[in-house]
Design a protein around this ligand. Structure first.
Ligand code: BG6
Length: 502
């Protein structure tokens, strides 16, 4: 069980939105698992803040229910008993400036008790419209200016468009230094996403062929088998492009396309990623229909269950133009990637839950084999499966056993589950530990967020200017609208998915 050797310094975590969903499903389970793995600081306190009235005990029970349902480890009596001693609840109205002074008192008390100056983390697990006000009120506390030990964590969505993201960055940067601000994109905490850096930069094998000379095209798919569930209200303001592409998918693209970093310094990694975003060729509004496709799910059947159309979901307008599917084609204008198309797609109620990146290599320059050997010939392909399968597969040609020269494609597979013990930490565990340690490598810097918005803004604007006429245009349990197939088929390719496990 005990993994850790160097623990983070004494920390006090204030969780705004403490009684909410994110804390119950993700944050507390993550902290609890870090605790079991011996990664939590020797001295720490987790303080849930919220308007709901809870006693400490009731709050702990509420969190324990979350652990039982959502944590990778369930609430073992002893471990939970020990962990929950560090948890308390503070009922507070985040709009009331007076309430913030109570937090000062709490910090003073813990520091006096522990005899150390603690790291203080404000985790804003709240609706995006509350962030500016809370941040401004935190700015009123003198001790927030301690740039070494005070940090603020901001969840996505970070802004609604480029303009609002800039405004939010300006507001936060007027109160905190950039080093104090941790903008979360939970995809960056996923083990398989972090492994992309290891694959690319810890092996001499791939880098020499990781460019336009050898790579034909790249695909990124992030498909979900759920609909918008009970998040219709949020989703109406968002849509697939803002919800998944501007952040998660562009981050995956950065990991695949970035130049080799000189070191693992947070700013070095983030500089290299931002370079990618800045090099993505802007799509003009007139070209959007050639480069991007949107879709919205209809009612239908999903794995044997009847499901509603998006427009029938709770808190969704019955004529909603919001997309639940988005696909796009990007180019990166630099020496490494010039001319290599990068196709991305994401959608709700897709046929399969899968997040994969597929790198298709160019064809062999000369083909000496007899014609009949070539019937099933396919170019090499590296497929990085982020979730739920966690593996990397390299497709190559093999000779089929027998007297004739018959070739067929086979996969060489590295599977996390086979290679390791299958107890990978959840993304939020990794990211929360990073915040306590003050390591911002896996967090989004202000310029990165804005560069991400710049990439998607032409598509957003073109779509908003021309409401869709064909929505709903795809059935649940499919791969999205036909136009998405056409987007890639026009270039002679087809979307890659993994074989479904029976
Ligand atoms: C969130 C989106 O950021 O990511 C959700 O808001 C989406 O709509 C989720 O379902 C997907 O995350 P994961 O880790 O399940 O792929």
């Amino acid at each position: 069980m005990s993994e850790s050797t160097i623990k983070p310094p004494a920390s006090i975590l204030f969780i705004f939105g403490g009684s909410g969903d994110l804390n119950q499903r993700k944050l507390t389970p993550a902290l609890y698992n870090l605790f079991i793995d011996n990664w939590m600081p020797e001295k720490f306190a987790v303080i849930g803040l919220g308007r709901t009235a809870y006693s400490d005990d009731k709050f702990r029970t509420h969190l324990l229910e979350g652990i039982q349902e959502f944590s990778r480890r369930k609430g073992e009596e002893k471990a939970w008993g020990d962990f929950s001693q560090h948890v308390q609840y503070l009922q507070m109205d985040a709009g009331d400036p007076e309430a913030y002074h109570t937090m000062t008192e709490v910090v003073k008390q813990y520091e006096a008790e522990w005899g150390v100056h603690a790291t203080v983390i404000f985790y804003l697990a709240v609706a995006p419209q509350l962030v500016p006000d809370i941040a401004t009120k935190l700015g009123g506390l003198k001790w927030c200016k301690d740039t070494q030990t005070v940090r603020i964590v901001v969840e996505k969505p970070f802004g609604h468009d480029l303009k609002s993201a800039r405004e939010l960055n300006n507001l936060l940067n007027n109160i905190f230094t950039e080093d104090q601000i941790y903008r979360i994109d939970h995809y960056l905490g996923k083990e398989t996403v972090q492994n992309i850096l290891a694959l690319r930069f810890a092996n001499a094998l791939f880098e020499p062929i990781w460019n336009r000379n050898y790579i034909d095209h790249i695909q990124i798919t992030a498909a979900e088998t759920v609909g918008v569930e009970d998040r219709g209200g949020y989703y109406e303001q968002s849509g697939a492009l803002r919800d998944m592409v501007q952040n998660h998918i562009l981050q995956l693209l950065c990991m695949i396309a970035m130049e080799a970093p000189v070191s693992f310094d947070a700013n070095e990694i983030r500089n290299k990623k931002t370079d990618v975003l800045n090099a993505i060729r802007p799509i003009s509004r007139e070209q959007v229909h050639e480069y991007a496709v949107r879709g919205q799910y209809n009612s239908g059947w999903m794995k044997g269950n009847k499901v509603k159309a998006y427009r029938e979901e709770k808190n969704v307008d019955s004529k909603s133009p919001v997309e639940t599917f988005a696909a796009a084609k990007f180019f990166i204008d630099n020496w490494r990637w010039q001319g290599v198309p990068i196709y991305v797609r994401t959608g709700k109620f897709m046929h399969q839950k899968t997040t994969i990146i597929s790198i298709e290599f160019k064809q062999a320059p000369h083909y000496a084999f007899p014609q009949e050997a070539a019937e099933t010939w396919r170019p090499n392909r590296l497929t990085i499966s982020i979730q739920p399968e966690m593996d990397i597969r390299l497709r190559f040609q093999a000779k089929r056993p027998g007297q004739s020269m018959q070739l067929n494609p086979v996969d060489m597979i590295f599977s996390y589950k086979d290679a390791y013990d299958g107890h990978e930490p959840e993304a939020y565990e990794t990211l929360l530990l990073d915040v306590m340690e003050g390591n911002a490598t896996q967090f989004m810097r202000a310029d990165q967020v804005e560069a991400g918005w710049k990439v998607v803004m032409p598509i957003i604007e073109a779509w908003e200017a021309r409401p869709p006429v064909d929505f709903p245009n795809y059935a649940p349990d499919s791969w999205g609208p036909e136009d998405a197939e056409a987007l890639i088929a026009r270039d002679g390719h087809n979307w890659v998915s993994l074989p479904v496990k029976s």
